[in-house]
Design a protein around this ligand. Structure first.
Ligand code: ATP
Ligand code: MG
Length: 225
């Protein structure tokens, strides 16, 4: 039986804009379970990134209830259990690729062989050659793949990847997704990716659509987004 990892009940997120409140998320209700493979599609500005930040516990809903039944209450949420791959570049500039990928393990007081875990994560995305490079020496697509290696290195329960193939040409993007899905096969890790690429979305088991801040979880056909 797959356990529920994230439970959202009518969550919303508004921002103050002068006197007015602008809703980035009007309403989202969903369960995220172990082994889920979910794509979030939707137009630019529809609220995909906002939703993923809420799911990661990086941001707090302004209405509704958000819970992580397996991972702790909001104030005790275990961040090492949820890996978020940001849409924008997020590698730390002074650190090498290997050091960036090692970070989640250091932050989680990992007691195993850090160097071996980093090598394995880099190998998953064919990044061994880049291990000693600095982020400024990488292309945008290479940075995105390094961020993905950093997301898997600690074997999190949830991976949230915000447009992970956005900087990649389509074959490279699909190869990255292949590597990720092979890596996760047989694990209980839940994967959520946001994407504008219908072919990427179709590789997931379930498609959610953000439509002007409203999350639809019963999407059966993909329109161009
Ligand atoms: N910190 C913020 N303050 C004010 N408004 C915000 C903030 N963050 C996001 N928004 C607004 O919330 C809405 C949703 O933004 P979000 O980044 O979640 O969209 P998105 O679906 O990820 O878009 P894209 O496909 O372009 O990445 C947008 O209208 C955006 O301007
Ligand atoms: Mg976004």
């Amino acid at each position: 039986m797959n356990k529920t990892l994230i439970h959202a009940d009518a969550i919303g997120r508004s921002y103050a804009q002068g006197e007015a409140q602008v809703a980035a998320i009007v309403s989202a209700t969903f369960l995220l379970k172990e082994q889920d493979r979910i794509a979030i599609i939707g137009r630019s500005g529809s609220g995909k990134s906002t939703l993923m930040h809420l799911m990661a516990g990086l941001d707090v809903p302004t209405s509704g209830t958000l819970m992580w039944p397996e991972l702790g209450a909001p104030d005790t949420l275990l961040p090492e259990q949820i890996a978020l791959v940001f849409q924008a570049p997020s590698l730390l500039e002074p650190l090498t690729v290997s050091e960036n990928v090692a970070l989640p393990l250091l932050l989680a007081n990992f007691t195993g062989d850090i160097a071996a875990a980093v090598r394995a994560a880099l190998a998953t995305f064919h990044l061994q050659e880049l291990a000693h490079k600095l982020p400024e020496e990488l292309s945008g697509g290479q940075m995105q793949r390094v961020a993905m290696a950093r997301a898997i290195v600690g074997n999190p329960r949830v991976i949230l990847a915000d447009e992970p193939t956005g900087q990649l040409d389509q074959p490279t993007g699909h190869a990255l997704l292949d590597a990720l899905l092979v890596h996760l096969a047989g694990t209980s890790t839940a994967l959520v990716i946001s994407t504008h690429d219908p072919l990427v979305a179709k590789r997931m088991n379930t498609i959610w659509q953000m439509d002007q801040g409203v999350l639809k979880t019963n999407v059966t056909s993909i329109e161009a987004v």
